[in-house]
Design a protein. Structure first.
Length: 160
């Protein structure tokens, strides 16, 4: 049994697996904080259309990780333009990274993160940004071990 994770660029054939894991990522974040993270109307359909466009976006890359010839996770990196509102320069963003629970412990997350960092460099980015839920301590440790530093804290207030 080969338990070495394989990272590769996603193709249209991987579309449904990415959507399935994208929905799991949404549910995970909703469980962290349902006030901050919402499931939108027709969310799965919207994700499907979104990733269909991103597969051909020259400023974006979707990666998948396979274990025993089965997709067990994905990441999504895209160059974002500078933002006056966020006071941010153009940079790459690691918008999504998700590894199925059954595949954790094989080093797939570390390999996928390394590959995502490499993709950001290949896209010409000077920085790679990401957001991580305050409750996701495991991911925070992984990101810090790869050289990420905290740059801001997002805060929320329930006005209801």
């Amino acid at each position: 049994m080969n338990t070495t994770p394989i990272i590769r660029q996603a193709t249209i054939n991987d579309h449904q697996s990415i959507i399935n894991y994208g929905m799991k990522l949404i549910k995970q974040h909703q469980n962290f904080n349902s006030l901050r993270f919402a499931e939108l109307d027709n969310h799965e359909e919207q994700l499907y259309k979104f990733f269909q466009e991103e597969f051909t976006n020259p400023k974006a890359v979707v990666l998948v990780v396979e274990l025993q010839q089965e997709i067990v996770g994905y990441s999504f990196v895209r160059i974002e333009e500078s933002s006056l509102v966020d006071i941010a320069p153009e940079s790459a963003w690691l918008h999504d990274i998700f590894i199925d629970e059954t595949a954790r412990g094989f080093g797939a997350g570390k390999l996928l993160l390394d590959a995502s960092i490499d993709i950001a460099k290949k896209l010409g980015a000077k920085t790679l940004m990401l957001q991580v839920a305050a409750q996701n301590e495991f991911a925070q440790k992984l990101f810090k071990s790869h050289g990420f530093d905290v740059s801001t804290y997002e805060m929320i207030m329930d006005l209801s």
